[in-house]
Write a protein that binds this ligand. Structure first.
Ligand code: C5P
Length: 227
């Protein structure tokens, strides 16, 4: 069975500031999205990728293949989950309902092969799928609107959800469709699956698989990719 990658890259990147959407910021002469795509396509089990691009995106380079593998594009939507759903619908018909799909943020350029391999191994064994995650290391505070501490949340058992997240195509598609019908904004694929009663496996991933959200993140990702 082939595994396909799905890359939501239709965000405007407003939190970063500036006019270049963050997936097109460059590290070592390549946009973040190229780093993300090439890491996934370098894995031998990954057959190809679908990228979800904003309708008004004038920067998409028009790639139809990378690393000798097929690259498809589709138009993304208003929320991340809409973009992922559009990409799932754009997968080739040959992708079976129980084939794994790896969903990975375009803005995470520092994805390593060993994390991909361990994620695929876990998701292949686990019917409810799997996602990379990192245990929370800081003490967590809940605050009111004035940044006054209300409580300390125990961090035992709390993880940060990373990407890629690996689920079976048909199950993920129906979970995302259901979230949309219910009017619930899901911020990752696992959340959509959890709403359907699934219990995805957490696979401890590298802390440095960071999502570029601020200029400081870009500087850090640039350094990490130079190692
Ligand atoms: O904004 P955030 O950092 O959560 O975005 C994570 C990923 O989801 C990015 O790669 C972004 O391009 C993508 N996204 C999308 N469609 C949206 C919003 C975000 O594909 N409507």
């Amino acid at each position: 069975h082939g595994i396909w990658a799905v890359i939501p890259a239709a965000g405007s990147g407003k939190r970063f500031g500036g006019e270049v959407p963050k997936q097109y910021l460059e590290i070592a002469g390549r946009p973040l999205i190229a780093h993300a795509l090439d890491a996934l396509l370098a894995h031998p089990a990954v057959e190809g990728a679908v990228v979800a691009i904003a309708a008004n995106d004038e920067r998409w380079p028009g790639w139809t293949s990378r690393c000798g593998k097929l690259l498809l594009r589709c138009t993304g939507g208003a929320e991340r989950a809409d973009s992922v759903l559009a990409a799932l619908r754009a997968l080739p018909a040959a992708v079976a309902g129980d084939d794994l799909v790896l969903v990975h943020d375009a803005a995470r350029p520092n994805l390593r092969q060993d994390d991909i391999a361990r994620l695929i191994a876990a998701a292949s064994q686990h019917p409810d799928g799997a996602l990379l995650a990192a245990p929370v290391r800081d003490t967590l505070k809940r605050a009111d609107a004035h940044a006054c501490v209300l409580a300390t949340a125990p961090r035992d058992g709390l993880w940060r959800a990373l990407t890629p997240q690996a689920f079976r195509r048909a199950a993920l598609t129906s979970a995302l469709e259901r979230a949309r019908v219910d009017g619930v904004v899901v911020t990752d694929e696992a959340m959509a699956m959890e709403r359907m009663g699934a219990k995805p496996m957490l696979v401890e991933g590298r802390e440095d698989n960071l999502k570029v959200t601020t200029p400081a993140d870009l500087a850090l990702a640039t350094y990490l990719l130079s190692l």
